[in-house]
Design a protein around this ligand. Structure first.
Ligand SMILES: [Zn+2]
Length: 647
């Protein structure tokens, strides 16, 4: 139990920006902070934190609340445990009463697994330092490898005695239940025997982002070919290995500060880098790199340097890693260590400053890396060389950002002395192949479905009515409002107003409406809106055309629907003006998405016609168009934080 006075103290101390910043990189935007939402997958930030109000709110998925709510949601904690978490973080003492077996039973299961893991971590660490076997085998191993005491402390390294079920018995004596010991995989039980999973191994506790122990890695110290060198905790309710990066808890602040993350292979590599003073480092231990892990890094930085062994397996792993990281839109550099070295062994041959210098001088972007690597094996064989080019093109083709892609093409072209146009052609071919597969599937699905209503309705129906109206409403209400401040150079910022932004954004998409009244309004915004002193509300509500007058009045009177939803959801109250910076781009993206989807649908229809005419040229032309649209829909849907909907 925590008394009310302490709860209030915790609430007062738990500064929302400090709390959220442990998990999300925030940028200042006016009086608020803005970042990528940790609760849903998005590319443009719609997650804001208001230090003045002490709350966070995501305008993509709707989650919001105060510091305690954030921790409950993010760490999957119950209320009192979220309070305990914050008390620990802000050094507020809580007089906790002794926990009874009954209390333990009442906690939810995840929490029970965490508590058992926490106990195990402390036990292993205590054995390493105080037990005879722990000291003579475990601790002496670390000493022999030159692992410093502060690193052993920092990563809470430990040792599990090689005595059948010594740990399990100790845990049970302390009242921890067999059920949770088994579920965390710490104990293995069969019909007639029980033993500790990690017996005779040194222990690397795996922490979640909040710093709680959720799993373990154990390394055997025996030279026995029948024993796996590394053993990890099995998957459990608190540990999904594809979603965890070893060392991220200890690295996240430094990753944000340096705006860069080193990716290594193993536990000891992380320790070695820390020991050398490089703390922005994580490992994908126990699994080959996954998309979820990359997204985790992306919360803190867009820059990744892959640092793998110089041996064949290491090279293969880094090549696979590169494409995955590129696909998620991050910038990738690669650093191969001298042959036969991993970060751990290499760092022991040189000083810290030499290691830092080596990294600075030798990390290269992935094209240089791949080229150098593959040229080594291909020499001057023309067939091999062609294979090398297509291999690099494959990597470039997965980069989602068109601009970055073209930069890489330029670089690849000059490095390999291949015409840029040829590279573009190669990429188009790859994309086309990918699209064809996808296309065939979609057509099949499409044919199976009844035609959507958009198809059968008369031409006079405005398919974009809702989206156009939403934009017009924002224009008439906020034409002159300051939307962003953009930095032109370090000494000069430019203010972007709502009207300017909207028409800039829609320039390429011809913002025309099939509704003549909407169209007239759009035209007049464009014609008169830039005149000094233009009072748009007055202008349109007093318009000689009564239909425009009516529309303007209706738009101005329209309730701001979303704010009602937010109010219902929680304690959030935000005026529309305060969140224009997310509302305006969002309504433009919705409009663009709607347009692209309708167009996509039309093209599919045309394509079916072309197919029954066996018009191959037309089919290819339409496929290219369709492929581009598909990309646009994908990017916009992701940015809006949802899957494409087909209305
Ligand atoms: Zn969200």
């Amino acid at each position: 139990m925590i008394d009310q006075a302490t709860i209030e103290k915790i609430h007062d101390a738990a500064e929302i920006v400090d709390v959220v910043q442990d998990f999300v990189t925030l940028k200042k935007r006016g009086t608020n902070y803005l970042g990528l939402c940790p609760f849903h997958n998005e590319k443009t930030p719609s997650f804001i934190v208001s230090p003045a109000k002490g709350i966070f709110k995501c305008f993509g998925c709707g989650k919001g609340g105060n510091s305690v709510n954030f921790i409950m949601e993010h760490e999957h904690l119950i209320y009192t445990d979220a309070l305990r978490y914050l008390a620990r973080k802000f050094n507020i003492p809580i007089a906790e009463k002794e926990e009874t077996a009954e209390d333990q039973r009442l906690r939810d299961e995840r929490e029970s697994l965490m508590i058992v893991s926490d106990f195990a971590g402390k036990y292993f660490s205590q054995i390493l330092h105080n037990d005879n076997e722990g000291r003579s085998i475990g601790l002496s191993y670390f000493r022999q490898r030159g692992v410093r005491d502060d690193i052993i402390q920092k990563f809470e390294l430990g040792y599990c005695p090689d005595r059948k079920d010594a740990f399990t018995q100790a845990a049970q004596r302390q009242g921890y239940r067999m059920e949770f010991l088994e579920k965390t995989g710490l104990t293995i039980r069969r019909d007639d025997w029980v033993r500790d999973r990690f017996g005779g191994r040194i222990i690397f506790p795996v922490h979640n982002l909040a710093g709680r122990v959720i799993a373990f890695g154990g390394r055997t110290l025996k030279n026995d070919s029948n024993t796996a060198k590394y053993l990890n905790s099995p998957e459990s309710d608190i540990y999904h290995k594809s979603q965890v990066l070893y060392g991220l808890f200890h690295a996240k602040r430094e990753i944000t500060r340096k705006d860069k993350c080193f990716l290594v292979e193993g536990y000891v590599d992380v320790l070695a880098m820390h020991q050398a003073g490089i703390e922005n480092v994580v490992a994908s231990s126990g699994t080959s790199l996954t998309v979820e892990q990359i997204r985790l890094i992306k919360r803190f930085t867009n820059n990744v340097t892959i640092l793998y062994d110089g041996d064949a397996a290491g090279i293969k792993a880094s090549l696979r890693g590169i494409d995955l990281v590129l696909e998620q839109g991050l910038h990738v550099k690669v650093l191969l260590l001298p042959d036969g070295h991993d970060p751990d062994s290499f760092s022991r041959t040189i000083s810290s400053s030499q290691l830092i210098k080596y990294i600075d001088e030798n990390e290269s972007d992935f094209i240089k890396f791949k080229t150098k690597l593959l040229l080594r094996t291909t020499q001057n064989d023309p067939v091999e060389r062609a294979r090398l080019v297509s291999n690099i093109v494959q990597s470039i083709s997965v980069i989602p950002d068109v601009i970055i892609r073209s930069e890489y093409i330029r670089e690849c072209s000059s490095l390999l002395d291949v015409n840029e146009e040829i590279l573009y052609q190669e990429i188009r071919k790859l994309k086309q192949k990918e699209t064809e597969t996808h296309y065939n599937k979609t057509v099949r699905e499409h044919n199976a479905k009844p035609a959507p209503t958009a198809n059968t309705s008369p031409a006079s129906v405005n398919l974009f009515d809702a989206e156009e109206k939403a934009i017009l409403r924002l224009l008439i209400k906020y034409w002159d409002f300051h939307l962003f401040e953009e930095e032109i150079n370090p000494n000069e910022t430019q203010i972007i107003k709502v009207g300017e932004y909207v028409f800039q954004e829609l320039e390429g998409d011809d913002f025309v409406s099939s509704n003549p009244i909407y169209q007239k309004m759009i035209d007049e915004f464009k014609t008169y809106g830039w005149e000094p002193g233009f009072d748009c509300q007055r202008y349109f509500t007093n318009h000689p055309d009564s239909k425009i007058c009516q529309l303007a009045t209706n738009l101005l009177a329209e309730k701001y629907i979303e704010s009602v939803r937010w109010q219902k959801n929680g304690s959030w109250m935000e005026t529309e003006e305060e969140i224009l910076f997310t509302l305006v781009p969002k309504s433009i993206e919705e409009y663009k998405l709607r347009k692209a989807m309708v167009l996509e649908h039309d093209i599919l229809k045309e394509m079916q016609a072309a197919q029954s005419d066996h018009n191959e040229d037309k089919i290819i032309e339409l496929q290219m168009k369709w492929m581009n649209l598909k990309q646009v829909v994908k990017i916009l849907s992701e940015s809006l934080g949802r899957r494409a909907i087909t209305r």
